[in-house]
Ligand binder design. Structure first.
Ligand code: ZN
Length: 257
């Protein structure tokens, strides 16, 4: 946060480029990362402590973006996470030691195009069950975004979707209310969307962002010095009168759209 401040005040920010994936009141609240992590952590802990044959498969849809989840699970449970390749993390030393290419671990985030099919046969994407000829007890946890409207009550961050499958709330993106809070706080001159939320248009996203920017607010006029006071002399025929004049007030700028 200190990068946004200078001398104890919020910096004067001209333009902000935002992740607007969920910039829509439909996505008013998304449970916090900490709350989601706690849910996943408890589920994984309760499963893998049953026996060494109890394993968890994190069904992640992308190769990147789950590092927060992997590192925290590994740190809390002391179990490395199986991934297909380590070279993609070679420039991330903080993450690297939480990951492994050794399949004999109880947490897997390995991937395979037919992974969901494999899972129906109680087989991990890395094929561990068939290779070692041991029966594994596997559950799958699919991290996916869950959202709640302004007035909807938040429910559990873990949802059971099948006998051994779960969906866990996990989001890389800010909710609508977080975007609003952030912009209201830093109050930039302009804000630009990086993503158009599903079902919306650029204009619609701008309609949400603009009222939170200074470019559309006239309430706080820009400070402009009045300039030097001029002393003008008006000479009358019968007397000498001295009047102090101030320059005419300038027309306020900044309200044009
Ligand atoms: Zn694996």
């Amino acid at each position: 946060m200190e990068l946004l401040h200078s001398g104890g005040r919020v910096k004067d920010i001209q333009s902000v480029y935002l992740d607007t994936t969920f910039c829509d009141p439909r996505f008013y609240q998304i449970p916090s990362r900490e709350e989601c992590l706690r849910g996943v952590l408890e589920l994984v802990r309760s499963w893998i402590t049953r026996s060494p044959k109890h394993v968890v498969w994190l069904n992640c849809k992308a190769a990147y973006g789950y590092e927060y989840l992997f590192t925290n699970l590994s740190e809390e449970l002391g179990v490395q996470v199986h991934v297909d390749k380590l070279d993609m993390f070679k420039n991330m030393p903080d993450i690297l030691h939480h990951l492994t290419t050794d399949r004999n671990t109880q947490i897997h985030a390995c991937r395979h195009p037919k992974a969901e099919e494999y899972f129906q046969w109680n087989k991990l994407p890395c094929g561990m069950a068939s290779k070692t000829k041991t029966v594994l007890h596997t559950i799958s946890i699919k991290p996916s975004t869950m959202w709640f409207g302004e007035r909807t009550r938040k429910t559990n961050v873990i949802v059971r979707t099948g006998e051994s499958s779960y969906r866990a709330c996990f989001s890389f993106h800010s909710s609508y209310s977080e975007i609003k809070d952030f912009l209201s706080y830093i109050c930039p001159v302009n804000a630009y969307p990086n993503v158009i939320p599903i079902g919306l248009t650029v204009d619609k996203v701008m309609d949400f962002l603009k009222p939170l920017c200074r470019s559309s607010q006239c309430a706080e006029p820009k400070y402009k010095p009045l300039g030097k006071l001029k002393r003008a002399r008006t000479v009358h025929l019968d007397s000498v009168d001295t009047t102090i004049r101030t320059p005419r007030p300038r027309k306020m700028k900044g309200c044009s759209q």
